[in-house]
Write a protein of this length. Sequence first.
Length: 123
Amino acid sequence: MKKIVFIISVLISTQCFSQKIDSNDTKEYLALRVSYGLKSNTVISKISMDIGLTFPHSLKGMVESIDNDVIKINDKQGKSVTLVNEIDAINYLNSMGWKLEQVIKIKVLDKEFTQYLFAKKRE
């Protein structure tokens, strides 16, 4: 009997505190990935941007990766911005209202990346 009362109370409390997700209140995300290398004793960075494939995104169709180390963004006004390193990308994204959520070091086989996760309230 105690188990039944416990299960019913859990179900009722779960139902009372559940929330409906409002599509106007959700965020969209992007990942900026950076890998580093050496060229003539100079540190070079290769950047790429991932906005996902499945869900609608405000940057869909506007982001272009050039040779997997430079990002070109064509905005809605027809202006083009070329981002050649992570500082350019971070400054640009910040100016467009994106907020840095997390920085992660990733190692895949012998390659190391730094991933910057950005979020912005969906418009």
